[in-house]
Design a protein around this ligand. Structure first.
Ligand SMILES: Cc1cc2nc3c(=O)[nH]c(=O)nc-3n(C[C@H](O)[C@H](O)[C@H](O)COP(=O)(O)OP(=O)(O)OC[C@H]3O[C@@H](n4cnc5c(N)ncnc54)[C@H](O)[C@@H]3O)c2cc1C
Length: 321
């Protein structure tokens, strides 16, 4: 480089020393998968493990290549076990509460299990904090959530194929979900729990697939712990025998960390990322359910892996000026 040529911006400012290269917030499929890749890249990584993953109420993770039917806790146990081979990766029971970004690093404030506060600095951060489901306020929804009340036929359709199924919701959303679920069973009833807001076209499409619509208000979902969901009980006393009910609940971000940094979110509140899992805030990456798109454990793991590679590429560029 000729003596007069300006140095690249990144070479002009000394990089502040940080506790870690990368802090990963969230130790579900996305976070643990990212940690594995970054550990293999010799990066100093802290994984903040804030507790249970979204699918904790479910007895199994279905459709995860080589792990079909594994318990959610077992999948993560295996992930943690395999991380132990990488000494530059630490996993701590920490709940991140605050995040700030300065010139070339992030500061994360997190609560420890002993209710202490820890402040941690990192060059890059990966948000893998997932979402929380907002179940409709109907008796039985929470009780049977994950085993009888199901959110996704790709995850659970096979287990309830050819059974008596209900699909709960209204309008366009319930129509699409019911048509999809009807690929797994010919015995599907839409339960709208009050006026369904269905267009004539939607009613025709449902009817064509043999899907009945019940618009009566529902009292509760009934069943037993042993046998699972058994009936939908309507307020008028009618009972509809059903073995499973599908619902697409609203959901919100598990944390407001992305908002704290002013990240771009989509209209549903998911964290926007580009194709490299980079959010609108430089150096902050996101993966898994916290981002937009299909929500599956294996897809979360894949996004975590991609984010890790992109983070390592970025740090490498910064180091090798
Ligand atoms: C009932 C149910 C059953 C499902 N079944 C299947 C299935 O069979 N197959 C399938 O592929 N998918 C299934 N899914 C979807 C699957 O659970 C998600 O797609 C997957 O868990 C997403 O992984 P993730 O790592 O993005 O988020 P999560 O698994 O939710 O992990 C996020 C982690 O971040 C932690 N966290 C949150 N906030 C903080 C914080 N502030 N600080 C530190 N940590 C924090 C959380 O405690 C959690 O451990 C199911 C979902 C539900 C609700």
């Amino acid at each position: 480089m000729p003596a007069s040529a300006p140095l690249p911006k990144s070479a002009r400012r000394p990089r502040p020393a940080t506790d870690y290269d990368v802090v990963i917030i969230g130790a579900g499929s996305a976070g643990l998968s990212a940690a594995l890749v970054l550990g293999r890249c010799l990066r100093r990584v802290l994984v903040c493990d804030g507790g249970a993953p979204r699918n904790e109420p479910s007895p199994a993770v279905w459709g995860f290549f080589t792990r079909d039917g594994v318990q959610p806790s077992e999948l993560l146990r295996l992930g943690l076990e395999q991380l132990a081979a990488y000494p530059s990766v630490e996993v701590c029971s920490l709940r991140a509460t605050e995040i700030t970004a300065s010139d070339q690093c992030f500061t994360i404030v997190a609560d420890t299990e002993a209710s202490r506060t820890r402040s941690i600095t990192a060059r890059k951060v990966l948000l893998a904090t997932g979402v929380e489901d907002e179940l409709p306020p109907l008796d039985g929804m929470r009780e049977f959530w994950g085993h009888g009340v199901l959110h996704c036929p790709y995850c659970h359709g096979w287990e309830v194929r050819d059974r008596a199924l209900a699909v709960y919701g209204r309008g366009k959303g319930v129509t699409g979900l019911a048509l999809l679920v009807s690929r797994w069973s010919k015995n599907v009833v839409v339960c709208t729990d009050g006026p369904g807001g269905l267009t004539n076209k939607a009613r025709q499409r449902l009817q064509k697939q043999g899907i009945a619509v019940r618009e009566e208000p529902i009292e509760r979902l009934e069943g037993t712990e042993k046998q699972g969901l058994q009936h939908v009980l309507f307020k008028n006393g009618d009972k509809l025998v059903r073995e499973a009910l599908f619902v697409h609940p609203h959901q919100h971000q598990h944390t407001n960390l992305a908002e704290q940094l002013g990240c771009r979110l989509n209209s549903k509140g998911a964290v926007w990322t580009d194709k490299k899992q980079q959010t609108s805030v430089p150096g902050l990456y996101a993966a898994g359910d916290t981002t937009a798109g299909m929500q599956q454990a294996i897809l979360a793991a894949a996004e975590g892996s991609l984010a890790a590679i992109m983070i390592n590429e970025k740090i490498t560029k910064e180091e090798c000026v």
